[in-house]
Write a protein that binds this ligand. Structure first.
Ligand code: NAP
Length: 250
């Protein structure tokens, strides 16, 4: 098993991609921290599924945009497990709204949720990981941050920011033995995606823009996430990998 002995925190792992990442990491031998902000029942279900795989699961309610809550979460992780080896910054959201009608507070909300959260969780996790002289941070960005998305200016800005953060942080913490990488998924079929995107837009996207001809599935993202958290990826840092069925190939 590729993650035996590791403790992994996956933000926003109550559902969607985060839950699938948590389960895949548990299958590879990691003990898991399931984080959520509102969906308690879903988070408990993620934890039940992790435990069914024979691994430990700590459920922590923490809003990843709030420093004190992030600090409490990471403190609890270290108290419970004694160490923290992997942080997956997955929590995020992707509202759609025409640029001209985005308000200041909507802009600030998206930047906070999709970019500031990555800064906060990484900074607090680093303060624990640096003493171990090892650790992997994996940021879930988006192809929107690479090529932009109509109706998603704040989100695309935030996810592009995550890529810059990933590279700068990777350089800065390399000497402490940490790696930092990002994954940029294309559209992945989750409950939220099906809510947010009109069916016709999804159909046009897969038909005309995705060479592999379908939406992504959460399980398409997890393999790379597990790999980047494993010791096999110890010489890989500062990279952004698209998982998008070929959508952004050049
Ligand atoms: P999702 O199904 O909507 O799940 C979002 C998760 O984030 C939930 O567990 C949610 O938990 C948590 N969350 C939201 N706000 C939070 C906060 N303030 N603090 C802590 N947790 C919070 O989303 P998804 O589709 O799986 O997307 C996961 C990540 O992949 C996001 O960063 C998204 O931008 C990125 N991504 C998704 C797609 C896609 O097509 N789905 C494509 C590219 C990138 P609560 O309900 O408890 O708040």
């Amino acid at each position: 098993m590729r993650l035996s002995g590791k403790v992994a925190v996956v933000t926003g792992s109550s559902r969607g991609i985060g839950r699938e990442i948590a389960l895949a990491m548990a299958r590879e031998g990691a003990d898991m921290v399931i984080n959520y902000s509102r969906s308690k029942t879903d988070a408990e279900e993620s934890a039940t599924q992790v435990k069914a795989l024979g691994k430990r699961a700590l459920v922590v309610k923490a809003d990843v945009t709030d420093r004190p809550q992030v600090e409490d979460m990471m403190k609890r992780v270290v108290e419970e497990f004694g160490h923290m080896d992997v942080l997956v910054n997955n929590a995020g959201g992707f509202p759609i709204k025409p640029f001209q009608s985005v308000t200041d507070s909507e802009w600030e909300h998206v930047i906070k949720l999709d970019l500031t959260s990555v800064f906060l969780c990484s900074q607090v996790a680093f303060s624990h990981m640096r003493s171990q002289r090892s650790g992997s941070i994996i940021n879930i960005s988006s192809v929107s941050g690479l090529v932009g998305a109509v109706g998603m200016v704040p989100y695309s800005a935030a996810k592009g920011g995550v890529m810059g953060l990933t590279k700068a942080l990777a350089r800065e913490v390399a000497s402490s033995g940490l790696t930092v990488n990002a994954i940029a998924p294309g559209i992945i079929e989750t409950d939220t995606t099906l809510d947010v995107f009109p069916e016709a837009a999804l159909k046009a996207y897969v038909t005309y823009q995705v060479p592999l001809g379908r939406l992504g599935r959460a399980e398409d993202v997890v393999g790379l996430t597990v790999f980047l958290a494993s010791n096999e990826a110890r010489y890989i840092t500062g990279q952004v990998y698209a998982v998008d069925g070929g959508f952004t190939m050049q």
